[in-house]
Design a protein around this ligand. Structure first.
Ligand code: GAR
Length: 207
């Protein structure tokens, strides 16, 4: 059984999708053993507590820079004996000390079709604001491995939704979460836990 550690910063609807998937037996070979939040006030912590999952809080604001914060995250992941790390609405970019130690063991959900609307500065509603400002007709979400560059690791799964006339960033965000993120994140986690993802020349394929 693989230890899944979920990193969160906010509302935690993706964490909830993972908790629900585990409960209904849809994550074969893995168990969420700890939730770590960068934000002490994150509602995601309540979701974890309600599900009986141990939590840790590592407040980002208590660390001077990304490197010292990442070292604290790394120590926590090692202590928790993480086999898989899931960034589920985690709003801090992790330094190379974490991404190299956990290469191809960190999965992120990004709310756009990478390589569009991604990288530093593109997170949460800002992603949907940018997609609407550009006028794209489809958007979606990407589940990918995390490497040393923001949103640039191997893509595991992607899903799309239509952008409708009159969409607000909030409406588009919700459509993408419901139709893509909450389905594909648990799916990718389950595939990982069953060793069904292989890497060939830096790209991810489902076996
Ligand atoms: C989700 O839409 C997730 O894709 C996005 O933030 C939201 C978090 O919601 N993540 C990023 O933008 C990371 N770059 P949640 O806390 O309800 O899961």
């Amino acid at each position: 059984m693989k230890n899944i550690i979920v990193l969160v910063s906010g509302g935690g609807t993706n964490l909830q999708a993972l908790i629900d998937a585990e409960k209904s037996g849809d994550i074969a070979g893995g168990k969420i053993t700890c939730v770590i939040s960068s934000n002490p006030g994150a509602y995601a912590l309540e979701r974890a507590k309600n599900a009986g999952i141990p939590t840790r809080v590592l407040p980002r604001r208590e660390y001077a820079d990304s490197k010292s914060y990442s070292q604290a995250v790394l120590a926590a992941l090692d202590e928790e004996k993480a086999d898989l790390v899931v960034l589920a609405g985690f709003m801090t970019i992790l330094d190379q000390c974490v991404t190299s130690r956990y290469a191809y063991k960190i999965i992120n959900v990004h709310p756009a079709l990478i390589p569009s609307f991604c990288g530093e500065g593109y997170y949460g509603l800002k992603v949907h604001e940018a997609a609407l400002a550009y006028g794209v007709k489809v958007s979606g979400a990407t589940i990918h491995f995390v490497n040393e560059k923001a949103d640039a690791g191997a893509i595991i799964l992607q899903g799309i939704v239509n952008v409708e006339k009159g969409d607000t960033p909030e409406v588009l965000q919700r459509r993408i979460m419901e139709n893509v993120e909450w389905k594909l994140l648990p799916k990718a986690v389950s595939l990982f836990c069953q060793d069904k993802i292989e890497i060939i020349d830096g790209k991810a394929y489902i076996k």
